[in-house]
Ligand binder design. Structure first.
Ligand SMILES: *Cc1c(COP(=O)(O)O)cnc(C)c1O
Length: 363
């Protein structure tokens, strides 16, 4: 069972907004809003005043546009324009991000053909070396401003590689490069900060922020206390409880050897639900306030939990354990599985019974 607390998402949005002052706060809702469910999360953010949503792919953009038809809402596609998709962008009123000179040209040509000045954003790389114009691309296009004629270039954007490490000097270096790029593109507003960037201070904010993970409860500050509220609670039902004695093993491969008499509960959630198998031997769950170790290998549909320390009446089949929530945050669960909150959340499977509270309204 997967509970998504949309009020907590809204509260996280308000906290980010309060950090941002006059900077507009958008939202990254790619990958189905990091696994929470984009079509439920986005309307909750619209209700808080969010008007700019970032997705990765054109299909995500179309799905979101169907949910949020309002003209006032911008849906921006990080992946940019592929030749042949221009009409789809126009039909669904999606804003492309141009990541290279070829994408600039495709959008410009399309705007000329339609005789319309359609919105677009320009991505410049400032050190991540992933997406965006390289410094030499930028030199070329900035020297020939006619390259931009036609579209309405609302923002120049760039992305921080180390924003969750406030002390990392790469942040200042990227900021300096972004400021230089902006100075050469004076017509465009700026968008630079992801979740971590919001917490690096006002110099990183520019005109429009694009937080993702912080909205969903991930810690955007690196090692400081997490200021965000938890938004996701995953509960797993106890299916069976058995007594075990020394010499027995538990689960596939017999990796867990029982060393003292005890009890093991089998709980309904496994790696097919996104409960990552790499957490075998390190993950923990909660029964009420009691922290319990997951033992043996995590399998496809179930995990096994050592419940020796809790009274048998608390572990009857049908009771629920917390696999993710206030006591096991996505950061904790990610750590245990040798990964990050982002991967843990985006892996949450389709098999859970999902409950959105308060129920998502139609925007
Ligand atoms: C995913 C993404 C974001 C959001 O990042 P968070 O770390 O989740 O806040 C912002 N900008 C770009 C370009 C992204 O790809």
């Amino acid at each position: 069972m997967l509970h998504v607390n949309l009020s907590a998402v809204a509260e996280n949005y308000r906290l980010l907004k309060s950090k941002l002052g006059s900077t507009q706060c958008g939202a990254a809702v790619k990958a189905d809003a990091y696994g929470l469910g984009m079509t439920a999360v986005a309307p909750a953010l619209v209700a808080e005043g969010c008007r700019a949503f970032f997705v990765a792919t054109i299909d995500e953009g179309i799905e979101l546009r169907n949910r949020l038809p309002s003209e006032e809402i911008a849906i921006i596609v990080f992946g940019g324009i592929l030749a042949g998709t221009e009409d789809t962008f126009v039909e669904h009123r999606l804003t492309p991000v141009a990541n290279d000179p070829g994408q600039i040209d495709l959008w410009r040509t399309h705007c000329h053909r339609l005789g319309q000045s359609l919105d677009a954003m320009l991505h410049v790389d400032t050190g991540m070396n992933r997406l965006g114009l390289s410094p030499s691309d930028l030199d070329r296009v900035a020297a020939a401003p006619e390259v931009f004629e036609g579209p309405n270039w609302t923002h120049v954007i760039s992305h921080l590689a180390c924003a969750d490490e406030p002390q990392n000097p790469a942040n200042e270096a990227q900021l300096a490069r972004f400021e230089q790029a902006k100075a050469r593109l004076p017509e465009m507003k700026g968008s630079f900060a992801n979740s971590g960037g919001v917490f690096l201070g006002p110099r990183y904010h520019f005109d429009l922020a694009r937080p993702g993970i912080a909205l969903y409860g991930g810690n955007p500050t690196g090692s400081a206390a997490n200021p965000m509220r938890q938004t996701v609670r995953v509960l797993g039902r106890i299916l069976q409880v058995r007594d075990v004695t020394p010499g027995m093993t538990v689960g596939y491969g017999g990796t867990h050897e029982v060393t003292r008499p005890g009890r093991v509960a089998t709980v309904a959630a496994g790696y097919a639900d996104g409960y990552l198998r790499s957490g075998s031997g390190t993950a923990h769950v909660y029964l009420g306030q009691t922290r319990l170790p997951v033992i043996g290998r995590i399998s496809m549909d179930v995990i096994t939990v050592d419940v020796t320390s809790v009274p048998p009446e608390d572990t009857r089949p049908g009771k629920f354990m917390e696999l993710l929530g206030d006591q096991v945050t996505p950061d904790d669960a990610g750590d245990a599985a040798g990964t990050i909150s982002y991967e843990f959340l985006t892996s949450l499977g389709r098999r859970y019974h999902r409950i959105y509270a308060p129920p998502s309204k139609t925007a």
